[in-house]
Design a protein around this ligand. Structure first.
Ligand SMILES: *[C@@H]1O[C@H](CO)[C@@H](O)[C@H](O)[C@H]1NC(C)=O
Ligand SMILES: *[C@@H]1O[C@H](CO)[C@@H](O)[C@H](O)[C@H]1NC(C)=O
Ligand SMILES: *[C@@H]1O[C@H](CO)[C@@H](O)[C@H](O)[C@H]1NC(C)=O
Length: 502
């Protein structure tokens, strides 16, 4: 008995490290669209949307599949991934969009059910739909635990009876305080969004919002009334044993989105998610699988390189980052409203900040009329996403410049240190200088083999004229003890960004 138990643990540990990271470098849109919660109509709040360009308030599986493009890296993945956007409320009550950094990552963890580690993982069936998190939640209720203290060790959760699905769902949220010059925080470690003072003092590279989806399935229903009850979390959220009745293990999805909260350092105000949540307990995300089930099944079985790189799976057709970024929603917006840059003193949809601890009560109907946008031709197609995001525009005007009057030039600059990091420290490339006349748009991390490059994207808006650009590329060499890195990943998932999570 003892022997077979440790064999099972070994077997599942080796499964733990198989995963891939679906990069979605482009945001297909920021819009009040939610085909699960608000089919056909405007959604209650604004979402950052990634994946198929055919996503809309009514999009079916076939629609998603037939989209022109996906803002994610793998052509075969026409799924839709969405989660609330983030805003900053200035002291005077004006809201400003918080920029996303590098799009979004969707992890596909191929972890078996620990109870039955040799049972194969099952691909999402076509049109599989689910939601993780609860938009109305405004508190943290794990028995006897203070959310502001670190979680007890996972091995203690069961003993203390803190593994109900409600508990696990609250632990499936993370707000990772990013400071690339310090130690990385563990993934899904901090279950609340810290306040502005803390962010200013500590999170100098922004905050990574993390959201793990349930990965145990009842094996029968592709969705359910609340988009949740057909699935369940394993007992340590990303790994562990599936509860009874949910014996089919799916790929474990986890969304990671970096928000550039650091851009507001020193500016008085507070961050709020588009659903009116300032502490993050109501962070949530939605998913519709737009894979072909047979294809995804083959990928789940064959794409098990421990690197996590989609490039190491020969089945995948990879799209360039530019192609991902160019892919925008094709459906016209249901409502013309301001979602980018400064949006006035009301959140999209009239969402009000709700501080809890009781649940938020979303306005039933009657959201105030959206703030009308001046008719600007560039706003109509492709849903309000400007080239380069909101940053370039915010100093000039709240209105999108028309393409005829401006052109936007972007360039990428890479830099790095020459340090050879140990497995417990991150290579810390320093920022290259931002040339005069340009502004910093975002910072990405890209991993190629053992090299981590930091890419700083800068941009300038120039009237009519084209702009000369300059590209500097330097790279850092990582430690090359690959086996050790894999073990490290297995046990220290928190340090994953060594592999260049962003
Ligand atoms: C509110 O404050 C922001 C940040 O200081 C400023 O950019 C904006 O113009 C102000 N809005 C109003 C209406 O005063
Ligand atoms: C896994 O990917 C790496 C590159 O990241 C490659 O060198 C290696 O050969 C791959 N392993 C297998 C088993 O395909
Ligand atoms: C905490 O949140 C839950 C879920 O929204 C709610 O049912 C409960 O009443 C809240 N607790 C308090 C003390 O408000």
């Amino acid at each position: 008995m003892k022997t077979s138990t440790s064999l099972a643990i070994l077997a599942s540990l080796s499964g733990v490290s198989a995963f891939w990271r679906m990069e979605c470098r482009g945001r297909a849109g920021l819009a009040r669209i939610d085909p699960l919660m608000n089919p056909g109509g405007p959604a209650q709040h604004a979402h950052a949307i990634h994946g198929s360009s055919a996503f809309s308030a009514t999009s079916s599986y076939d629609d998603l599949r037939n989209g022109e493009c996906t803002s994610c890296a793998v052509t075969e993945d026409m799924s839709a991934y969405w989660a609330p956007g983030a805003y900053f409320r200035h002291a005077n009550g004006t809201y400003e969009e918080v920029n996303q950094v590098g799009g979004m990552l969707a992890y596909y963890f191929l972890n078996p059910d620990m109870k039955d580690p040799n049972k194969p993982i099952k691909a999402f069936p076509n049109n599989f739909r689910m939601i993780a998190g609860d938009s109305t939640r405004r508190n943290y209720t794990i028995d006897g635990l203070d959310v502001h203290q670190p979680d007890p060790a996972k091995s203690d959760w069961g003993k203390d009876h803190e593994t109900t699905q409600v508990d696990l769902a609250q632990r499936a949220l993370g707000f990772n305080c990013l400071n690339y010059h310090g130690d990385a925080e563990p993934t899904l470690w901090r279950h609340y969004l810290p306040d502005k003072a803390f962010l200013d003092a500590n999170c100098l590279d922004g905050v990574r919002f993390e959201l793990a989806f349930p990965s145990c399935w009842n094996g029968r229903d592709i969705t359910s009334d609340n988009f949740k009850s057909h699935v369940a979390y394993p007992d340590t959220v990303i790994n562990g044993n599936c509860p009874e009745g949910f014996d089919v293990k799916l790929p474990g999805l986890m969304y990671e989105t970096i928000y550039d909260t650091a851009a507001f350092k020193g500016i008085p105000g507070e961050f709020v998610m588009a659903n009116g949540d300032v502490e993050g307990f109501g962070y949530h995300g939605d998913f519709i699988s737009g894979w072909k089930e047979e294809f995804l099944q083959a990928a789940v079985e064959q794409c098990t390189n421990l690197s996590g790189r989609i490039e190491d799976c020969s089945l995948f057709t990879i799209r360039s980052e530019d192609e991902q970024r160019q892919c925008k929603l094709t459906s016209p917006p249901l409502i013309i409203e301001k979602l980018l840059g400064f949006i006035g003193d009301i959140l999209p949809g009239g969402v009000e900040i709700s501080r809890g601890p009781g649940p938020a009560i979303p306005k039933p109907h009657g959201a105030p009329a959206p703030i009308p946008l001046p008719a600007v031709s560039s706003v109509v197609p492709g849903l309000n996403v400007l080239p380069g995001g909101a940053f370039a525009e915010k100093s000039t005007s709240e209105v999108a410049p028309t393409p005829s009057s401006t052109s936007t030039t972007s360039t990428s600059t890479s830099t790095s240190t020459s340090t050879t990091p140990s497995t417990t420290s991150t290579p810390v490339p320093s920022d290259p200088p931002v040339p005069k006349g340009y502004s910093l748009v975002r910072t990405d991390y890209v991993t190629k083999g053992n090299v981590v490059s930091k890419i700083v994207v800068i941009e300038t808006v120039k009237y009519v004229m084209a702009e000369a650009t300059e590209t500097v590329t330097v790279t850092a060499t990582r430690g090359t003890d690959k086996a050790r890195r894999e073990v490290h990943h297995m046990h220290q998932h928190q340090h994953r960004h060594h592999h260049g999570a962003h």
